[in-house]
Design a protein around this ligand. Structure first.
Ligand code: ZN
Ligand code: ZN
Length: 129
């Protein structure tokens, strides 16, 4: 059964056939600035991901190696794609329950904001996992 998702205004919708990993929280400076807190993203092979309303998506390159997809109408952060890979990270907040996913780990914890602590039971990596 596929999982559906959308941006806040609904111009971009998506459907995921199957995920290839659980949710990873990224606390790096780029993810913090773009999201306003931290990223929480699952991932799917591009062949498992269908995007509708792609013309409303804007891709922003914060670095030379990846692009960040967001809705240019409402600003919802939706995707992260590393160049040359066959998969796309999908922001978990845009998905409709039940997702069948769980939060698996924190990465780039060394770069996290100074106003919160990581006190849950999932693995914590100071940099990439
Ligand atoms: Zn939107
Ligand atoms: Zn990040």
């Amino acid at each position: 059964m596929s999982v559906k998702g959308s941006c806040l205004c609904g111009k971009v919708t998506l459907e995921v056939g199957s995920f290839d990993r659980d949710v990873v929280a990224c606390h790096c400076a780029q993810c913090r600035k773009q999201s306003g807190h931290h990223f929480a993203a699952t991932r799917a092979q591009n062949s498992e991901l269908t995007i509708h309303g792609e013309e409303h998506l804007k891709w922003y390159r914060a670095s030379g190696t990846a692009a960040r997809g967001f809705c240019q109408h409402c600003g919802s952060t939706l995707f992260w794609r590393h160049d040359g890979t066959a998969h796309t990270s999908i922001l978990a907040g845009c998905l409709e329950a039940p997702t069948g996913l769980k939060l698996d780990r924190h990465i780039f914890a060394a770069d996290k904001g100074d106003y919160y602590e990581l006190k849950d039971d999932v693995k914590i990596y100071p940099q990439a996992d």
